[in-house]
Write a protein that binds this ligand. Structure first.
Ligand SMILES: C[S@@+](CC[C@H](N)C(=O)[O-])C[C@H]1O[C@@H](n2cnc3c(N)ncnc32)[C@H](O)[C@@H]1O
Length: 131
């Protein structure tokens, strides 16, 4: 958070902070090495559907080969019911998936992230998903 706040004015002036809205991003396939999604997916499980979560995660995995999502709990501190469903929706031939503990704990009990690495290209995933 401190790193972000220190960078924000300069980063905004340099055009590094861009408005985009999941589940559709105006970025190219593989434009980034890493997507970090903080306090949006899973946190708002009561407000956003499972379909929104899955579509958003596929979109993040289109623009980057690795996606990290934090935390895995809802606003009320309870575990998100979507974590297991999201994991089950990601074919293992395309993605490797881990849940890791992290040192940052903004909400009590919210110290885990979902780490997903893409093994296939976005084109392979898009073409096989369409069939
Ligand atoms: C609780 S804030 C978290 C902000 C920051 N990521 C953090 O961890 O401190 C949730 C953020 O999600 C953004 N947001 C809401 N709907 C979104 C969507 N469909 N796509 C991308 N961001 C969205 C909101 O604008 C807000 O900045």
């Amino acid at each position: 958070m401190e790193t972000f706040l220190l960078d924000y004015d300069a980063g905004k002036a340099a055009g590094r902070y861009l408005d985009q809205a999941l589940p559709s991003l105006a970025f190219a396939d593989n434009q980034f090495e890493l997507c970090l999604c903080s306090h949006l997916l899973f946190l708002y499980s009561e407000q956003r559907s499972l379909e929104f979560h899955i579509a958003s995660i596929y979109e993040l995995l289109r623009v980057a080969a690795e996606v990290r999502i934090f935390p895995l709990i809802k606003l009320n501190g309870q575990p998100s019911p979507y974590v297991e469903s999201v994991i089950n929706s990601l074919p293992r031939q395309w993605f490797s998936i881990q849940i890791e503990a992290v040192a940052y704990e903004f909400q009590k009990g919210g110290n885990q992230m979902l780490k997903i690495s893409r093994r296939a290209t976005p084109e392979q995933i898009a073409s096989r998903s369409a069939t």
